[in-house]
Ligand binder design. Structure first.
Ligand code: ZN
Length: 207
C-alpha cells in the first residue's frame, strides 16, 4: 500500500473501522514505514502496539528522557539531604540533662563541676546569675550560681568551641558553694561537689 492510502485510512484504522485484511496490510506497512508510523503516533499520542520490540528512535528518546529525569530526581534528593543537614547543623536545640556529661566532686579543698556537651549537641551557652545563700536569720552562708543551660548552634557549635565548662570554688571556710543548672527538662543542684537534687523543670517554662 502507498503512504497516501495509508494516511487516508489511518483515522478509520484507529477507530477500528477497517476490515481485517486492510488492517493487517496497514500494520505491515506501519512496521516498515517510519513516516506513516510518525503520523499514527501523532494521531493516537502513543506508540503503536504493533511495533516490534526493537528500539525505534522514539523509544530510545523516551528512555533517554526517563534517564535524564531520574538523574534530576537524584540531584534534587541529594540537595534536599544537604539542606536538611545544614538546617540540623545550625538550628539551636533544647538542651536536656541527658545531653551533657556532668561531673562533680571535690578536688582537694575545691568543689568543682564540669559540664561537657555530648558529641551530637554542639555548643552550649549559659545564662545566669550568682545569688547569695542565706540561713533563716538572713546571714550569708555561701553563694549559688544559677545557670540556665541553653543551646549553642546545633552541630556547628563544635566548630566554635569544643568541650564544655569547668567551675571551681573553695568552700573550705565552711561556706556553701552551690550550682543550680536549669536544663530544658530538669533542674540539677550540686552543692559542695555533691548532687543535692534533680527535679523536673517548671513545665510552664518549657516551650
Ligand atoms: Zn508509509
Amino acid at each position: 500500500m502507498k503512504c497516501e492510502i495509508i494516511l487516508d485510512l489511518l483515522p478509520l484504522y484507529i477507530e477500528g473501522l477497517t476490515n481485517q485484511t486492510t488492517a493487517e496490510e496497514m500494520e505491515r506497512h506501519l512496521k516498515k514505514c517510519g513516516k506513516c508510523r510518525q503520523y499514527y503516533k501523532e494521531m493516537t499520542g502513543k506508540l503503536p502496539d504493533i511495533l516490534p520490540k526493537a528500539e525505534t528512535d522514539s523509544v530510545k528518546l523516551l528512555k533517554k528522557e526517563r534517564k535524564r529525569r531520574r538523574k534530576i530526581h537524584a540531584v534534587i534528593e541529594v540537595l534536599c539531604f544537604l539542606l536538611f543537614m545544614a538546617v540540623l547543623a545550625v538550628m539551636p536545640r533544647d538542651i536536656n540533662y541527658k545531653d551533657v556529661q556532668l561531673e562533680y566532686g571535690m578536688n582537694g579543698n575545691k568543689a568543682y563541676v564540669s559540664m561537657r556537651p555530648k558529641p551530637y549537641v554542639g555548643g552550649i551557652v549559659f545564662n545566669g546569675e550568682v545569688k547569695t545563700l542565706r540561713d533563716e536569720n538572713g546571714n550569708s552562708i555561701g553563694v549559688c550560681q544559677e545557670l540556665e543551660v541553653l543551646s549553642g548552634w546545633g552541630m556547628l557549635g563544635h566548630l566554635g568551641k569544643r568541650g564544655g565548662c569547668i567551675w571551681e570554688s573553695d568552700p573550705s571556710d565552711g561556706r556553701m558553694t552551690e550550682w543550680k543548672f536549669t536544663f530544658h527538662d530538669k533542674v540539677v543542684t550540686i552543692r559542695n561537689g555533691e548532687l543535692i537534687s534533680i527535679y523536673d523543670a517548671d513545665p510552664e517554662k518549657q516551650r
